[in-house]
Design a protein. Structure first.
Length: 259
């Protein structure tokens, strides 16, 4: 029962994480304009991964998508790639996890197959969560670097008005979503252990002891059991051969001559 609960909870938590990653990727508030010490407050700017928007004090909002790919910074494109990879892995993990749930029976699927599918989906969720957390963290690092560079330029009087951007709500959504996907993947991996049947987990292999008295003879590859009816018919320790003549031949047939 605890295994089923752990598996279902891992599925639900991972679903929330994947949904949050999709939401964070689609949001336009990855970076918002810092209004501290900004004399121009009639216009508010914010940017996302796919477009930048401007909202005026009258309530009118205009968004413009990024029409270029090569013109964007390399780190910006890396964040895009990480978020997309995390979403794809999360969706594949959800698809696999649905068929791996213990409460759902599909044909004659064994518990061992469900355990392998559960482990696979758990690993996918973990990687998806790490991709989301890494992508959001890289973007946050870019914001921090640009913020302090803009602040330095403003204090040095290089520019009269310098727009500075700070963390948007999409960053926090992405961090929480990546953490949920990571926790859900760990729960799925823990549930995998309980799905493995006991007989396959502690499967003992028995070996039949071979006969210790089996003797092998050269020649026609005959195997004897070691317990013949007449033990004197075979040559061994304790049996003497008949005397031989000077030319090496026996003077008479002996009972010890056999093929």
């Amino acid at each position: 029962m605890s295994t089923t609960i752990c598996q279902v909870m891992g599925f639900l938590v991972s679903s929330l994480g994947v949904g949050g990653s999709i939401m964070a990727t689609a949001m336009d508030t990855w970076s918002t304009q810092d209004l501290y010490d900004n004399p121009v407050t009639a216009v508010f700017q914010y940017q996302g991964l796919w477009r930048s928007c401007v909202r005026q004090s009258s309530g009118f909002t205009e968004c413009r998508p990024y029409f270029t790919i090569l013109g964007l910074p390399a780190m910006f494109q890396a964040v895009r790639a990480l978020m997309i990879v995390g979403i794809v892995l999360g969706l594949l993990g959800l698809f696999v996890c649905i068929f791996a749930l213990k409460c759902i029976r599909i044909g004659s699927m064994e518990d061992t197959a469900k355990a392998n599918m559960t482990l696979t989906s758990g690993i996918m969720f973990i990687v998806a969560g790490l991709c989301a957390i890494t992508g959001v963290s890289v973007f946050a690092n870019m914001l921090v670097t640009n913020f302090w560079m803009s602040t330095t330029n403003m204090y040095q009087g290089m520019q009269n008005v310098q727009n500075r951007y700070t963390f948007g709500s999409a960053l926090f959504v992405g961090w929480v979503a990546g953490g949920l996907a990571l926790v859900g993947g760990i729960m799925m991996c823990l549930a995998c252990k309980g799905l493995i049947p006991e007989e396959s987990r502690y499967k003992a292999v028995s070996y039949n002891a071979s006969g210790r008295n089996i003797s092998y003879r050269t020649g026609p590859y005959k195997v004897g059991s070691g317990y013949e009816a007449d033990p004197k018919t075979r040559k061994g320790v304790g049996y003497e051969e008949a005397p031989r003549s000077e030319d090496g031949r026996r003077p008479y047939p002996s009972k010890y001559d056999y093929v």
